[in-house]
Unconditional design. Structure first.
Length: 295
């Protein structure tokens, strides 16, 4: 059995840890409120803009000269955007992203990976560190994007992706991220960024949307396509940011509870050890008194 000093030291250590996890939970809760508001406001706009882009892609056809964003090519070279967090202590948030990316490679792009034609663009320091230690091609310098998460910063990353696809350096670009559902639940998503998918038919015939372009069809499409793709990437980043804060808040809440349970056990152990020490001292005193009587 551990002595009183050791148990007391462990109690002090656990109390200190509990105070830290409590503080981290409160910070994550404050950040979650802001990030949740941002993604809630962004999501309807992003979904509608994505729908318009898909309809435009379907209406133009593959032979249109400015339909580079919808050109389906043989998938020889693939780029996967892995969106993680900058810090840990958020449960399985990051590990789910890593497993998701590796699963996508194994299930869809194993032959390309074997030839060295699968590239990862990490967003978030944890993704950069994880894939940097493995035999995976890395590209882009956006691992610290979450340190200043704005639409302008996300737009730069989206412009890089569009340029790479348009130049033919990649035939397909996918994004893997955690979608925010609620504080306790994050949904792992894999979305195709480029080429743009046509609208889902869902087994029914859908009427083609006939747009009236004002002032000019080419000008509208040239401005709308990059805007829509930038918004799509920004939405994924906001989703991931809200999911990270929710996951960290949940993890720190659980850690605080576990620290409380451990404290109960340690205090019980401390009291038992103290009682055993007192009992031992009493027995020694009684034994000494009896010895004196017998002398």
């Amino acid at each position: 059995m551990a002595n009183l000093k050791e148990v007391k030291g462990r109690i002090t250590s656990v109390i200190s840890t509990q105070q830290i996890t409590k503080a981290m939970k409160m910070v994550a809760a404050a950040k979650l409120r802001r990030s949740q508001d941002r993604i809630t406001q962004m999501r309807p706009f992003a979904q509608k803009l994505s729908s318009i882009l898909q309809n435009l892609s379907s209406a133009q056809g593959d032979n249109s000269s400015d339909a580079w964003y919808s050109q389906v090519r043989e998938e020889k070279k693939v780029l996967i955007v892995a969106i993680s967090s900058d810090r840990g202590l958020c449960g399985s948030f990051n590990s789910n992203i890593f497993k998701g990316v590796l699963r996508v490679i194994a299930e869809k792009y194993q032959s390309q990976y074997d030839k060295g034609n699968v590239t990862i663009l990490p967003i978030g320091r944890k993704a950069f560190e994880f894939f940097g230690k493995r035999k995976v091609n890395l590209v882009g310098d956006y691992s610290t994007l979450f340190s200043n998460l704005t639409f302008e910063q996300a737009a730069k990353a989206a412009e890089f992706l569009m340029t790479e696809f348009q130049a033919g350096r990649y035939d397909k670009i996918e994004i893997v991220y955690n979608e925010f559902k609620n504080v306790a639940t994050q949904i792992l998503r894999t979305e195709q960024f480029l080429p743009v998918k046509p609208p889902a038919q869902e087994g029914k015939k859908t009427s083609e949307v006939d747009y009236i372009y004002q002032p000019d069809r080419e000008e509208i499409i040239t401005g709308l396509i990059p805007k829509s793709l930038k918004v799509q990437l920004f939405k994924g980043l906001l989703d991931s940011n809200a999911s990270e804060n929710g996951a960290r808040m949940t993890a720190m809440d659980k850690a605080t509870e576990n620290a409380g349970e451990l404290l109960k056990e340690l205090k019980l152990t401390y009291n038992r050890t103290r009682q055993a020490a007192i009992t031992k001292e009493i027995l020694e005193i009684v034994a000494g008194a009896e010895a004196l009587k017998s002398a």
